[in-house]
Design a protein around this ligand. Structure first.
Ligand SMILES: [Zn+2]
Length: 48
């Protein structure tokens, strides 16, 4: 049986930040996996 897209998304667990575990706002784009504060930290934390 095919699920509708709304049923599919309803079954997904709440999105969480991969760094601090905070719940992400539903408005975030699907590819975003970090909360705003962690993303901001990443901007300033240069890899080298
Ligand atoms: Zn975070």
């Amino acid at each position: 049986m095919l699920m509708t897209s709304s049923e599919f998304f309803r079954n997904l667990p709440p999105k969480q930040c991969t760094k601090c575990g905070s719940h992400l706002d539903e408005m975030h784009e699907s590819y975003v996996q970090e909360c705003d504060s962690c993303q901001t930290e990443g901007i300033w934390a240069k890899p080298n």
